[in-house]
Design a protein around this ligand. Sequence first.
Ligand code: NAP
Length: 230
Amino acid sequence: MTLDAGELERLYAYPDSDRPWVRTNFVSTLDGAATGQDGKSGTLGGDTDTQVFALLRSLADVIVVGAGTARDEGYEDFGVDTELRMRLGLSPVPTMVLVSRSLGIPPALLRPGIVVVTTADAEPDAVATLRETIEVIAAGQGDIDWTAVLAEFAERGWRRVLCEGGPSLHGELVRLDLVDELCLTIAPVLAGGHAPRIAHGHDAAHHAMTFGHAIEGDGGLLTRWVRARP
Ligand SMILES: NC(=O)c1ccc[n+]([C@@H]2O[C@H](COP(=O)([O-])OP(=O)(O)OC[C@H]3O[C@@H](n4cnc5c(N)ncnc54)[C@H](OP(=O)(O)O)[C@@H]3O)[C@@H](O)[C@H]2O)c1
């Protein structure tokens, strides 16, 4: 099923915000699995999830993804709706940001234009090598300083932030209460097994979210939830 493109654009429009708005996008089974039998998330989503996934990319200034997901899912070049981006006054393509502490990023993923976010105490030689071809934002000792990273995004005019995971990165953003919005596809599947959830980390949190919308698609639901901030 293909959903009406104009209606989806309205439903998923970023709010006017004077700071970077962090939207995360995930798919989960009914019993909370973030991966299918093949250990990847792509097998969980249907055509409508694919349609919304592509739209969310087309609406973003920057796409942030953990190196684990980029490695596991084999992130490659992706297409965006250039007509839509031009109409909205966005850059021709969103910037892809890879998040890594180890900087063990496969060379195939390090295309020109990509930005790597890491810690300020990351291995200096690895950072220097990366900087020969791509940009590196280094912030925080031991852990990435996400407040500093988002301030850097704001400096660059990147206010529409889309994080595509994975669960470790998402867990960190949840812990820091930096997730403004979750777009969650609920796939009509029971998975059992030991699959990860869409967010995990050391510390549990309790951040209330308000309902945005739910759209039926492929027998499941495409939902949107917004952080209830005081
Ligand atoms: N259901 C969904 O919608 C969905 C979405 C995305 C991914 N997934 C699935 O999730 C699985 C991957 O899970 P994951 O938790 O390993 O994914 P992840 O968060 O993308 O990857 C973890 C790795 O990313 C880097 N990273 C993440 N957060 C970081 C932080 N705060 N600071 C520094 N580095 C950070 C580190 O890379 P280095 O090791 O390079 O330091 C870390 O080892 C895959 O099976 C993927 O298919 C599911």
